[in-house]
Design a protein around this ligand. Structure first.
Ligand code: SIN
Ligand code: CO
Length: 380
């Protein structure tokens, strides 16, 4: 699978469109084929580990239901949508689609959502907080996109936040292989013309509020930033109710000083690699020994579990620090160079790990990850 941007390069896309304005990319994928069939999707949606939703209208009222689902009979042949979140956690092939957008780093990536809709089906006009590449698979869908601006939002159903009708700045019919890129904040509405599958590659950042709140938990859990705010340089005051500008600046400086780069990276690394949705992890240790891992790598590759996140920061990678699945890992410094090999790639091979496979600490650590299901063996 290859993304074809035509005249557009990823650099131009990032400069002119990313987070700024919507874009229709005609035939971004030539000969696009669905990553799974509607039947396979229905199979996933009956698994309770998988997050799924159905949206339809009944007697003019919007309805939303949460999976697992085992029957669709009452829904008929039109006007409903089935959505499965985090498809990439369950379907390894989804990785090929994500890779097409790797000009945006993975820490920004959220998930691939698949939607199957019957004619007339859609989730209603709404605004999202994330960037998304909606890749049209089989079928046809009409998309209307309005401009950013003050749009009134309301709950069309307790689980559906809709927006009022809007004047479209884009009104297109997407065909298989077409892509609609939407930055956050643009109202949009997709209505299916012909039974349709679409694959939405979504990118999300947290709000400052969510991150500050999680950061506070991190400080409490790890007893960090316990220093008292202090003021040994106090000047004389003659207004006892006043916090003057110097006092406020001192409080702000001392607060910000506790949030140094190390603390922010140690918190963000854990935060950004934590999974929102279930991962397909084994319930028990898989029981591989280091020798098995070395042996199996001769014939097979290790694939990173779909949805499992790993990242490193420029400032600490050389000290051997990286983050995986919400945990901080500190490798011995001499293993620092393996970190990009682990985090930048989804596949590990005997070849890509050659330099480190004679290092006992590394192989021990790799074996632990394999036993926890972070990477799994696959035939080449
Ligand atoms: C869908 O694919 O059904 C909805 C996608 C969206 O509008 O966010
Ligand atoms: Co949307």
């Amino acid at each position: 699978m290859q993304l074809e941007l035509g005249e557009l390069t990823p650099e131009i896309f990032l400069k002119d469109y990313w987070q700024k304005k919507p874009l229709v990319i005609r035939q971004g994928f030539r000969n696009f084929s669905d990553l799974l069939s509607p039947e396979e999707m229905a199979g996933l949606a009956c698994d309770e580990m998988v997050e799924s939703r159905r949206i339809y209208k009944s007697e003019g009222e919007w309805q939303a239901e949460f999976g697992p689902f085992d029957s669709y009979e009452h829904l008929g042949e039109s006007d409903w949508t089935l959505v499965v979140q985090a498809l990439n956690n369950w379907l390894p092939d989804a990785e090929k689609l994500i890779q097409c957008f790797d000009f945006i780093p993975r820490w920004r990536f959220d998930d691939v959502m698949v939607s199957y809709a019957t004619p007339g089906g859609g989730v209603g006009p709404h605004i999202d907080l994330y960037d998304v590449f909606i890749c049209q698979g089989s079928g046809r869908r009409r998309w209307r996109v309005g401009d950013r601006g003050p749009h009134k939002q309301f709950a069309a159903h307790p689980a559906l936040l809709h927006t009022e009708s809007f004047d479209p700045i884009i009104d297109v019919e997407l065909l298989p292989g077409d892509i609609l890129y939407l930055p956050p904040g643009y109202p949009h509405d997709g209505v299916t013309l012909e039974a349709s599958m679409s694959f939405s590659v979504g990118y999300r950042t947290a709000s400052a509020k969510d991150m500050v709140s999680a950061l506070a938990d991190h400080l409490i859990d790890n007893e960090l930033a316990c220093e008292q705010i202090e003021d040994p340089d106090r000047a004389l005051s003659d207004q006892s109710g006043r916090v003057d500008a110097t006092d406020l600046a001192r409080i702000k400086t001392q607060l910000l000083n506790t949030l140094d780069e190390q603390l922010i990276s140690e918190f963000s690394g854990r935060y950004l690699t934590s999974s929102k949705c279930e991962l397909d992890l084994p319930e028990e240790n898989l029981g591989f020994h280091a020798v098995d891992v070395i042996d199996m790598l001769k014939e097979q590759v290790l694939t990173r579990l779909g949805g499992l996140k790993a990242l490193y920061f420029d400032a600490s990678v050389e000290q051997g620090v990286f983050y995986i699945n919400g945990e901080q890992v500190s490798l011995p410094r001499e293993l620092a160079a393996v970190i990009p090999a682990l985090c930048d790639n989804q596949l590990l091979s005997e070849n890509s790990l050659a330099e480190w496979l004679s290092n006992e600490v590394f192989v021990g650590q790799l074996t632990e990850w394999v036993n926890r299901g972070f990477w799994y063996f696959e035939e080449v």
